[in-house]
Design a binder for this molecule. Structure first.
Ligand SMILES: [Zn+2]
Length: 67
């Protein structure tokens, strides 16, 4: 019999609400920092849609490459 299993943390009974993967205790209830950030951004932006990145900066690069 091995007692090694005692060191193994039981998997949380929850899934990541973002991507549905098993939640990691470290990032409970998410599976990773990335998903935690996604959820955080939802709260910060006050709505449930992922905020689109402003394309302003992208437009600049189009013709400004010569510099
Ligand atoms: Zn996830």
């Amino acid at each position: 019999m091995n007692a090694a299993n005692e060191n193994k943390p039981l998997a949380s009974s929850g899934k990541c609400p973002i991507c549905g993967k098993p939640a990691q205790p470290e990032y409970n209830p998410f599976c990773s920092k990335r998903c935690a950030d996604v959820d955080l951004n939802r709260w910060l932006s006050g709505n449930y849609a992922i905020p689109a990145v402003e394309s302003e900066e992208d437009d600049r690069d189009e013709d400004d490459r010569e510099a």
